[in-house]
Design a protein around this ligand. Structure first.
Ligand code: ACO
Length: 310
């Protein structure tokens, strides 16, 4: 009976064991995981666009090779995560359809434009830095396939974060114009990066339940604070400033205080009114349509291969 199954599920969570695809799980647990992992997968795929914008204009062969490797990693993360959602019974084509028709979200951060080469550095340092801060605890998420996917993804994100830092360091030690370009990129990406962690805890619809289910291990505000504390000394060693006059060390709390986040801007971006929302979705749909022949060819090959074996 359902009660007995539920008791097994609760006991597994209490013992910090992983829930696996064939285990019984509450419908709401499944639905919430599908929601979060699908959004995460979509973010990886949409996140390719702002960076791919600079591949043809990278300033050297070395920088181009690094950026191509990074973008390829992000595509891999997306595919990895779509596979993780499929273990919950979701179909990839339905998830993509929901992305393309605005029925599933992707991270707010990828709706901002990459105006200069320094933006590639700021994305690596801040956006991938925020992603790691959020994702390292997901390696201990209660759902096995998601937790395991996160292990590899975090390792690759860590490389991405370092390449961004190193890129900004080169610019900040370069000519005055290069330093100014790096500073301008950090000024534009700082606040949107803080928004990546989601709404404040008292407005976060899913946090309480996701924490009870051990999907999330820390609240949105806790992780945001952790990220700010990591970034302040890194900005100092980069020789760049963070665009927040209220940023200062609070001895009592043992954390940096920071200024208010513009949540009205966040809500607008989520409603589809960010600077690049329309462009991101139309480009994604076009890529999907233009890739139809690849999916057909792969399916035909798989069918033929299956026949040959049987
Ligand atoms: N961008 C877009 N939507 C967001 C964001 C954001 N930065 N933050 C929160 N939201 C959405 C939530 O998805 C939720 O919407 P929904 O009910 O339609 O799903 C709503 O705002 C309320 O937020 P919460 O209740 O706080 O949602 P949740 O508990 O899921 O926490 C979080 C949000 C922290 C993003 C969580 O889902 C998470 O950890 N996801 C995995 C990490 C991830 O997706 N990273 C993507 C960017 S990193 C990268 O791709 C490189």
């Amino acid at each position: 009976d359902a009660g007995a199954y539920e008791a097994v599920f609760d006991a597994a969570l209490a013992a910090d064991e992983r829930i696996e695809p064939r285990d019984w799980m509450p419908d709401e647990y499944r639905t919430s995981l599908i929601r979060q992992i699908a959004q995460h997968a979509h973010s990886e795929i949409i996140g390719i666009q702002p960076e791919a914008n600079w591949i043809t204009r990278a300033p050297s062969l070395r920088r181009k090779a690094i950026l191509m490797a990074k973008v390829q990693d992000e595509a891999g993360h997306g595919l990895y995560l779509y596979s993780a959602v499929e273990t919950l019974g979701a179909r990839r084509e339905d998830l993509l359809d929901k992305l393309h028709t605005g029925r599933q979200k992707y991270s707010s951060i990828f709706n901002y434009p990459t105006l200069t080469w320094a933006d590639v550095g700021a994305i690596g340092w801040l956006v991938d830095g925020a992603a790691i801060t959020n994702q390292v605890p997901l390696c201990r998420c209660s759902y096995g396939p998601y937790a395991r996917a996160m292990v590899r993804i975090c390792k690759e994100e860590s490389f991405h974060q370092r390449q961004g830092y190193e890129l900004l360091l080169a610019l900040s030690r370069g000519t005055e114009a290069q330093r100014a370009m790096a500073q301008d990129a950090v000024d534009r990406w700082w606040w949107p990066s803080l928004m990546m962690f989601g709404p404040p805890d008292d407005e976060s619809a899913h946090s309480a339940q996701s924490m009870a289910w051990k999907i999330k291990r820390h609240s949105n505000d806790e992780l945001r604070q952790r990220f700010v504390d990591i970034c302040v000394p890194q900005a100092e060693s980069l020789g760049l400033t963070l665009p927040d006059p209220e940023l200062r060390w609070n001895e009592e709390r043992g954390h940096y205080d920071f200024g208010p986040i513009d949540w009205a801007e966040f809500r607008e971006v989520l409603r589809g009114n960010g600077p690049c929302n329309a462009q991101r979705i139309s480009q994604r749909r076009r890529a999907h349509e233009e890739g139809a022949w690849v999916r057909e060819a792969a399916a035909a090959y798989a069918a033929k291969h299956g026949e040959a074996r049987s």
